[in-house]
Design a protein around this ligand. Structure first.
Ligand code: SF4
Length: 490
């Protein structure tokens, strides 16, 4: 349909995300499509043209960007880092935190000048922000020079949308709330040494502060044979590490109606593939079952690092967040994991200053951090997301109190990290070499199996390989060591 606004005409297929509709989700209409291809007549659309994509937010978004790049290259576009050379610039956005949104709007302000200088430049906004009706309205009103907006459920439509945006004078907006489908066979342009593999999409947990269930849709798992085939292919291509991705990977398989196959089964099958390292993110504690723990305890290519977001150590706050577990249940899970994998490293996510969080409740979080002994955590001050239940809760915690709590939590986490790093002194550990240090080109940077950052001196040829490093020093945020030259593992 074509609609008119004061700002600009626009073509639109937009159904705004709705909390009540989302909660009524059924399981019935998940369809897997295997028939994707770019039509012949669109394959020259980007010939002699360049694309640039700016990605915000999580690894899921980074991975979507790989698909978007694959699609654009399928249209003939080539990559550039130079904005002035680009013929299409896409902002792949994140809606999880307010400051990520502010950055995107700031960026649009800068891009306006570029568009004035080069009117043929196509500017697009995609990702989670474009699934929010308020964002789309704000772009229509304040940034009418944007050419294209598309959502997270219709990335596969990009070839058609680019064509439409190229030849239309209107803003092209296509955002679907339809969320039941999985599109296989999309092209991907993978860069870097590690490969991301989606195992599922969406989330049905509805934590009260989180926008993801609305922007990414309902939980739907890729078929095991498709995931396994992709990991096998990556192993064949020589990748040393894969990261399995999902908003809540532990819910993998719950939506299968025709087979009893869960995340533990998938990990057990992937364990047998000849690829040196497999990681996964993100876990919701509630769905982390005993079978998965049993499988992870067999190690091999499954790393002894588990990211297990807890968000708060207070039962009252957990309830208001609707996390669906208690502090005691979480600690019981941690105890089981530690009993099965004694050298496991646990990391987490925390929200500080959730509406109504008292000093005592915050102290319960600090005590939990000490008790579990996390090595690292992503810590954030709560920021309301429009459309989520928590945004309507009374927020009585002053900003300076939130900031103070955040600093205190980070101090305790740093103490944990230092203590845990010191335990490695004198040990020789396997390190996957990821690159050369930014500050010193004789120093290489890599990760242990437990995901700790290691710096050591060595030749650049080691990048992309697994080596042994003898740990000699343990500052807080990384560890240092000497390369054990005789022992390149792979
Ligand atoms: S489990 Fe994670 S992605 Fe899902 S609603 Fe909760 S915080 Fe958001």
């Amino acid at each position: 349909m074509t609609t008119q606004s004061k700002a600009k005409d626009y073509s639109i297929y937009f159904q705004p995300p709705s909390l009540s509709d989302a909660k009524k989700r059924g399981k019935e209409d998940i369809t897997v499509h295997y028939d994707f291809s770019i039509p012949e007549e669109l394959r020259e659309l980007g010939r002699d043209k360049y694309y640039l994509i700016q990605t915000y937010g999580c690894q899921m978004n980074e991975h979507d960007t790989e698909t978007i790049k694959g699609l654009l290259e399928g249209l003939g576009y080539r990559a550039t880092e130079d904005r002035r050379q680009a013929d299409i610039i896409l902002l792949n956005t994140c809606a999880v935190r307010e400051n990520a949104e502010d950055k995107v709007f700031g960026e649009l302000g800068h891009l306006k000048h570029l568009k004035t200088e080069k009117p043929s430049l196509l500017l697009g906004v995609c990702g989670c922000m474009s699934q929010e009706e308020a964002t789309v309205n704000r772009i229509l009103k304040k940034h009418p020079f944007v050419d294209l907006i598309f959502g997270t459920h219709n990335i596969h439509r990009l070839p058609f949308l680019v064509k439409e945006a190229m030849f239309s004078k209107e803003m092209v907006i296509e955002v679907w709330s339809k969320e039941g489908d999985i599109i296989e066979n999309l092209p991907k342009k993978r860069e870097g040494l590690k490969a991301w593999v989606n195992i599922m999409y969406g989330c049905d947990k509805f934590c009260t502060y989180c926008i993801v269930p609305y922007t990414r849709g309902k939980e739907r798992s890729r078929r095991p044979e498709d995931v396994i085939a992709e990991v096998r292919e990556l192993a064949r291509q020589g990748y040393k590490e894969v990261m399995l991705l999902g908003q809540n990977v532990n819910a993998y398989g719950k939506d299968f109606e025709d087979l009893e196959y869960r995340f533990g089964d998938l990990m057990d099958d992937i364990r047998k593939i000849d690829i040196p390292r497999v990681r996964f993110t993100t876990s919701h504690p509630r769905d982390f079952d005993d079978h998965l723990i049993e499988v992870l305890a067999q190690k091999g290519n499954l790393m002894e690092h588990i990211h297990l977001p807890v968000q708060s150590g207070s039962n009252e706050v957990l309830k208001r967040m609707s996390r669906k577990y208690t502090r005691e249940q979480y600690l019981e899970l941690v105890a089981k994991i530690k009993a099965a994998i004694p050298d496991v490293v646990l990391t987490s996510d925390f929200i500080v200053g959730f509406p109504g969080e008292t000093e005592e409740q915050f102290e319960e979080t600090v005590a939990l951090v000490r008790e579990v002994g996390y090595d690292f955590a992503f810590t954030f001050i709560y920021s309301p997301r429009e459309g989520t239940p928590a945004a309507g809760m009374e927020d009585t915690v002053p900003q300076d109190v939130k900031s103070r709590r955040l600093r205190r939590l980070n101090d305790v986490l740093s103490e944990n990290m230092k203590r845990s790093n010191e335990k490695l002194l004198g040990q020789t550990v396997e390190v996957f070499v990821e690159g050369v240090s930014k500050n010193n080109d004789r120093v290489l940077a890599g990760r242990t199996r437990t995901n700790k950052l290691v710096h050591f001196e060595g030749p650049e040829e080691l990048v992309g390989r697994l080596v042994q490093v003898h740990i000699t020093d343990a500052p807080t945020f990384y560890i240092k060591g000497d390369w054990v030259q005789q022992a390149v593992v792979q």
